[in-house]
Structures are given as C-alpha cells and as structure tokens.
Design a binder for this molecule. Structure first.
Ligand SMILES: [Ca+2]
Ligand SMILES: [Ca+2]
Ligand SMILES: [Ca+2]
Ligand SMILES: [Ca+2]
Length: 247
C-alpha cells in the first residue's frame, strides 16, 4: 500500500441529484495529472501489490467533509470501488463553492496498511439565479423627434458566475411599445440594459410612454425561476417645431 497522501480534484455541477457522478475527476500523482473518465467516478488509493490478492483488496471510507454544510453527508463512497457520488441534494456553488474530503484507504479488506487521500471538490455553476433589476421602476425624459437617443440605462444583479452566459443579461420590452418606438440592448459589460429611441417620438401624439422591460440570461434558467421586470416611464419633452406651412 502506498502511504502517500494523494490529492484528487473533482468538479461537480451544483443542484445535481443524489446518485450522480462527478463531471470529471483528475488524479494527482507523482508523475503528473491524469484525467479520469466521468463514468469511472473517482477511485482513490493506489496499491502496487498483486491484483486480486488480500493485500490489494482496498476498502475506502470518508473520514471528513469540510465544510459540513448544508449537511455533513453530502457525499458517499463505495467502500469497495472507491467511487464517490453525491449522496444528498444541496450542492450550491453560490453558498459553498468548494469541499475537501479526507478519504481513508486500507488494504487487507480494510484491516491492513492504511493511507489517506484528499479530494478537493469544486462545485461548478449552473444558471439557478435569475437576474434582477436594481430598481423596480425608472423614469426618464427624452426630447421628441430624436432617433437613437439614449433614454435610460438600467442595471441588474445576478449571483451566478460573473461574465458567464448564466450571468450575462438579455433584455426585452414586453409591454407598452406597440409602435416599436423603442429599442433595448445590452451594454458592453453584459449587465446593463440600454433603452434608446428607435423612431422620433411625437410629444403632440403621446407625451408619456410606460414600458415594461424583462431580463433573462443568455442561457435558459436551470431551475424554474420567475423572470424579473421593471417599469420605465418615458416622458417626452416638447420641442418647439416650426409651423407647417399650408395648414
Ligand atoms: Ca446555486
Ligand atoms: Ca449558480
Ligand atoms: Ca443567472
Ligand atoms: Ca412639439
């Protein structure tokens, strides 16, 4: 039995159902990193003894899990194969992005020489947080007759992995603009919604527009989430226009 502590790096997506395997596992040994296939799960411990002898018959158990949150038995190890699986729901990247497990290994069916392996678990992101506006309502004033005029910039917050498609925002005017007089685009920081005029507004026709703007991410939500909206009241400013001759 190799008594050296081996370190394994494992990546698991948050919100995984109990029983699922890690996404992929990397085994760190003296000769570098070896990636293991997903369906192999993770097998800890190495043994140079003859295969199928009692000396090579290793047993595994988890000694500790850090942090022990949201429960202390999030993972389970198969005592014979050393494969680790999710035991309990509750993997949440936004709350607990990393876990360390210490795994005890012993040969002679658990009675012989023992060693330890450390498993560093990174919880990877899924889009389980909807972006929300920093304000639920906005008010702006824009001069009539101007095309491509910036009306207002709205910002959002999102708890998912910054600058990923699960964090980047996508805006849509869902109500209050039947004539297509406004555009909404996403700012360069991927977190601002910028409303501009698509056509020149006409104060004499309508001095006020009330828009309803919705925000989502570039990728669909991973869990059912309500879509956030904000109301934007646009006041049109009157401009003294030359009288039209002939009327
Ligand atoms: Ca989460
Ligand atoms: Ca997330
Ligand atoms: Ca998100
Ligand atoms: Ca006018």
């Amino acid at each position: 039995m190799d008594r050296k502590i081996s370190v394994f790096y494992v990546y698991w997506m948050e919100n995984m159902w109990p029983g699922t395997w890690c996404l992929f596992c990397t085994l760190k040994t003296g000769d570098g990193l070896r990636r293991r296939k997903r369906d192999q799960g993770i097998t800890v411990g190495t043994d140079d003894d003859e295969p199928n002898s009692a000396n090579s018959d290793i047993r595994y158990r988890i000694l500790s899990q850090t942090p022990q949150l949201p429960s202390d038995n999030l993972f389970v190890i198969n005592p014979v194969t050393g494969v680790i699986r999710v035991n309990d729901g509750g993997l949440d990247r936004e709350k607990y992005p990393k876990y360390t497990l210490v795994v005890h290994t012993a040969d002679m069916e658990g009675e012989g020489l023992s060693g330890e392996a450390k498993v560093i678990l990174t919880v990877t992101d899924s889009n389980d947080n909807a972006p929300t506006f920093t304000q639920s309502s906005y008010e702006a004033t824009v001069a009539e007759n101007k095309v491509d005029a910036v009306v207002i910039t709205m910002s959002v917050i999102d708890s998912d992995e910054p600058h990923s498609p699960a964090w980047n925002a996508k805006f849509k005017i869902v109500d209050g603009d039947p004539g297509g007089q406004f555009n909404v685009t996403t700012g360069q920081n991927k977190h601002d919604g910028i409303i501009t005029t698509a056509k020149g507004l006409d104060f004499e026709k309508s001095s006020k527009h009330t828009l309803l703007v919705a925000v989502e991410n570039e990728v669909p939500f991973a869990t059912p989430l309500p879509t956030a909206t904000a109301t934007v009241v646009v006041n049109v400013q009157d401009v003294n226009e030359a009288p039209i001759l002939g009327l």
